[in-house]
Design a protein around this ligand. Structure first.
Ligand code: SF4
Length: 65
């Protein structure tokens, strides 16, 4: 899987960092940074929670072969 961020939608709430702290980091400017663009499968539940609970729907997962 690959994590996609729409930076126009992100408002830096940090929910994603709370849900998946090894994958997302919100910097001091309230911009999310994806630390791991292609997370391992064992992180899927965390990443899916981040996508689900992001208040601005700025995240999505793209499945890759
Ligand atoms: S939860 Fe959504 S809005 Fe908040 S920092 Fe993460 S991507 Fe941005």
């Amino acid at each position: 899987m690959r994590v996609i961020v729409d930076h126009d939608l992100c408002q830096g709430h940090g929910v994603c960092e709370s849900e998946a702290p090894t994958v997302f980091e919100v910097d001091q400017d309230h911009c999310v940074r994806v630390l791991v663009v292609r997370p391992d499968e064992h992180l899927r539940a965390e990443v899916e929670a981040a996508v689900q609970f992001c208040p601005t729907s700025a995240l999505r997962i793209e499945e890759e072969d």
